[in-house]
Design a protein around this ligand. Structure first.
Ligand code: DAH
Length: 338
C-alpha cells in the first residue's frame, strides 16, 4: 500500500492544474466521495498495526500534496480571472495624427487662393527637354542659365534635363490649349546649386499664366495684389520693381512690405523692409509665337514664386534644409494644421 501511496504523491507533484476544469476534476479524482483518498483511508483500516504509522504518515503526505496542488491552482485561476496583467487605469498610448508637410500647406493655400480667382491647376513633367525648359521660353542659346552650373542635364542625352523652373508648364499648356488660358502650376524644380541655409538643389515653385485678349499689366498687378492680401493679410502692400526674364517683357519682381520691426532674421529683407516674393511680367510675344498663339490677337501675363521662401517666412524657419530632413521634431509642429 505504501508503494501505491508514493506513486500517487509523485503523480500529484508532477500535475499542473492550468484550468478551473482541470482543478475540479483533480479534486473529484482525489478528494471526492468515491475518490482515491477515501478509498485509501478505507483500506487503511484493515492495515496491520505495525504498518499503520508509516502508511498513515504517507497518506497524510498525499492529502497535503493534493490540497497544496488545489490551493496553487486557485491562485493561478484567481489571478487569471483578473484578466491580462494590463493596468486599465494607466493613460493610453496616443495615436499621433499625421501632419501635412509645411511645403504642402503653403502650396495648397496658394493654389486655393488662385483657384478662387478662376485659375485651373496644370501639371508638367519634372524631366524636360530643352525646348520646354529653355528654347520656347526665349532663352538665347548662350544664356548663362543653360550653363552646367545651374542645370542637371541627363547624362545620356543633354537635350533633356530636370526642369529648372515650372515655367516649362506655361509652354506645355499654351501648346495644347486655346486662349483664354488661366492656370496655376505648382511643382518641384531642380538646380545644380550648392546647398546652404538659403538654397537647395531641389525646391518648389508655383507658376501662373493668364492669356486672353487685351490682358494688361494692370490686370497682373491687381491679381498679384489680391493674392498678396489673401495670403499675407488684407493690409499687405506690394511693389513691383523692374527686372529681367527672357520670357516676359516688361518683367518685374514683386515685393511685399514686411516692415523692419519684423526683421527677426536680418537676411529676410536685408534691412529694406521689403520681402521679395516672385518674378512676373507680360508674356513675351516671341514666347506666344513659339507656342502657336498669335501675339497680335492675344496677350498675357505670367508669374512664378518659390514655395520654400514663402514657407520660411510664414513659419519663421531659418534653414531651408529643415524641409527635406524629415525630422519628426520639426514635422510635428505642423500637426493639426488644415
Ligand atoms: N521662372 C522664374 C524662375 O525660376 C520665375 C518667373 C519669373 C516665372 C517671371 C514667371 C515670370 O512666370 O513671369 O526664377
Amino acid at each position: 500500500m505504501l508503494e501505491i501511496i508514493e506513486k500517487h504523491i509523485a503523480t500529484v507533484a508532477s500535475t499542473t492544474l492550468d484550468s478551473p476544469e482541470a482543478a475540479e476534476n483533480f479534486r473529484i479524482h482525489y478528494l471526492g466521495k468515491k475518490g482515491i483518498l477515501q478509498a485509501l483511508f478505507a483500506d487503511f483500516k484493515s492495515i496491520p498495526g505495525d504498518q499503520k504509522r508509516a502508511v498513515g504518515q504517507s497518506l497524510n503526505e498525499l492529502k497535503t500534496a493534493v490540497e497544496a496542488a488545489l490551493a496553487g491552482a486557485q491562485t493561478v485561476s484567481s489571478s487569471k480571472k483578473k484578466g491580462p496583467t494590463e493596468d486599465y487605469s494607466r493613460p493610453g498610448y496616443a495615436t499621433l495624427p499625421g501632419a501635412h508637410h509645411p511645403i504642402s500647406l503653403v502650396r495648397n493655400e496658394i493654389v486655393s487662393i488662385f483657384e478662387r480667382m478662376g485659375f485651373a491647376v496644370a501639371q508638367g513633367p519634372e524631366m524636360e527637354d530643352d525646348w520646354h525648359n529653355f528654347s520656347a521660353l526665349n532663352f538665347p542659346p548662350e544664356h548663362p542659365a543653360r550653363d552646367m552650373q545651374d542645370t542637371f542635364f541627363l547624362a545620356k542625352d543633354p537635350d533633356w534635363a530636370l526642369r529648372t523652373h515650372t515655367s516649362s508648364v506655361q509652354v506645355r499648356t499654351m501648346e495644347t490649349q486655346k486662349p483664354p488660358i488661366r492656370i496655376i502650376a505648382p511643382g518641384r524644380v531642380f538646380r545644380n546649386e550648392a546647398i546652404s541655409s538659403r538654397s537647395h538643389c531641389v525646391f518648389h515653385q508655383v507658376e501662373g499664366l493668364y492669356i486672353d485678349k487685351n490682358v494688361s499689366f494692370a490686370d497682373l498687378k491687381q491679381t498679384l495684389l489680391a493674392f498678396a492680401q489673401a495670403f499675407f493679410g488684407e493690409k499687405t502692400e506690394i511693389r513691383l520693381r523692374p527686372s529681367y526674364f527672357p520670357f516676359t517683357e516688361p518683367s518685374a519682381e514683386m515685393d511685399i512690405w514686411w516692415g523692419l520691426e519684423n526683421e527677426v532674421d536680418y537676411r529676410m529683407t536685408k534691412g529694406t523692409g521689403w520681402l521679395e516674393i516672385m518674378g512676373c511680367g507680360m508674356v513675351d510675344p516671341a514666347v506666344l509665337e513659339s507656342c502657336g498663339i498669335d501675339p497680335n490677337e492675344y496677350s498675357g501675363y505670367a508669374f512664378g514664386m518659390g514655395i520654400e521662401r514663402i514657407a520660411m517666412q510664414r513659419f519663421q524657419i531659418p534653414d531651408i534644409r529643415a524641409f527635406y530632413e524629415n525630422d519628426l521634431r520639426f514635422l510635428r509642429n505642423f500637426q493639426g494644421a488644415p
